[in-house]
Design a protein around this ligand. Structure first.
Ligand code: HEC
Ligand code: HEC
Length: 276
């Protein structure tokens, strides 16, 4: 990973990692990517947050080891998320692509975004613009970031306890930014799954029996729990039967994603950079 010299940096500098393809690569007369622009825009944001670090802002591979998606057979043959969404949801864990917790809707939006980039460039393995997208260097306001942190983050975190030294753990401010935005899911390699982020659930059966465990899988039709004795129990779901109470420690992080402005992101990163 790139080293980033902090020497002489006044307060902050920061890179926003959302990919910024010039005008979305649309040039009059050029083939426009089909698809729902709203969904694609949403997918682009999610990509920027969840995929950039590994696959690069331009999809050609990133700092921490994801392959070039412009040459990905799976991405190239994807029609409607059927290739990409399962990969996001964990089908390639054994080869290093982490399972990423996101709804099927979000996975389809990211897939639509990836396809839109591939379609724009005709799948020739070239990035949509003339070269690497230059990094945007933005100056955040660390003081505003600290205020934001106190208001929105301090209920769960402290810079003198769990986040102590966070800037030393992520020396590259881009990685630091990705880490706090995503809640650190990438910090210890693909299989990192800290206890603190484990999704658990209580299933209450018709008999009033309650079963509690780690959620192994959940969709509209099934929920599988790993119980304390390590056995796995799967329940069929019909609407709200059986009753399922989910506890996802990262839910707040995902909810916060929708609320950040670019300025919030820059400011908080500027503040995080000072937490040595
Ligand atoms: C921690 C790094 C990491 C993150 C984050 C990550 N990936 Fe990956 N991804 C990988 C690695 C490593 C592979 C290669 C797996 C393989 O060879 O099977 C991969 C493979 C893929 C592939 C298949 C490429 C092929 O071989 O055809 C797709 C598609 C993909 N990732 C999409 C995504 C999307 C979309 C996101 C964001 C939602 C994402 N990835 C986030 C590391 C990552
Ligand atoms: C409702 C509680 C909650 C809130 C609010 C919250 N987080 Fe988190 N955050 C978590 C949990 C849980 C984790 C996962 C911790 C782990 O894996 O050990 C996490 C992880 C992180 C990490 C990665 C930590 C590491 O060790 O790599 C950072 C950085 C972070 N959050 C920053 C923030 C910032 C900045 C905010 C406010 C904008 C925020 N969080 C808001 C619960 C929260």
């Amino acid at each position: 990973m790139k080293q980033f010299s902090m020497a002489g940096a006044a307060v902050a500098f920061l890179t926003l990692t959302l990919p910024a393809f010039p005008q979305g690569g649309f040039v009059p007369g050029q083939k426009r990517p089909p698809g729902d622009p709203v969904q694609i825009a949403r997918g682009k944001t999610i990509y920027g947050i969840g995929c950039t670090a590994c696959h690069g802002a331009d999809l050609r591979g990133g700092d921490i080891g994801g392959p070039n998606l412009l040459r990905s057979q799976a991405a190239l043959s994807d029609k409607n998320g059927e290739m990409i969404a399962p990969i996001i949801h964990g089908s390639r864990q054994s080869t290093g692509m982490p399972k990423i917790d996101m709804s099927q809707d979000d996975a389809l939006a990211v897939s639509a975004y990836v396809r839109s980039v591939l379609e724009t460039i005709g799948g020739q393995g070239r990035p949509p613009a003339t070269g690497k997208v230059p990094e945007k260097i933005v100056v955040g306001d660390a003081v505003a970031g600290q205020a934001y942190f106190s208001a929105k983050c301090a209920s769960c975190h402290s810079v003198t306890a769990d986040l102590k030294g966070i800037a030393a753990r992520y020396e590259d401010p881009r990685a630091l930014q990705n880490a706090w935005v995503a809640g650190g899911s990438r910090r210890r390699g693909p299989q990192a799954a800290s206890k603190a982020r484990t999704v658990t659930a209580t299933v209450t059966l018709a008999t009033d029996e309650k079963l509690e465990g780690r959620v192994v899988r959940i969709d509209d039709f099934l929920i599988s729990l790993r119980l304390e004795d390590d056995s796995i129990r799967t329940f069929t779901r019909f609407g709200d039967k059986p009753k399922v109470d989910l506890r996802d420690p990262m839910q707040t992080h995902r909810d916060l994603l929708d609320t950040y402005t670019d300025k919030d992101i820059h400011d908080v990163t500027a503040y995080m950079v000072t937490v040595k």
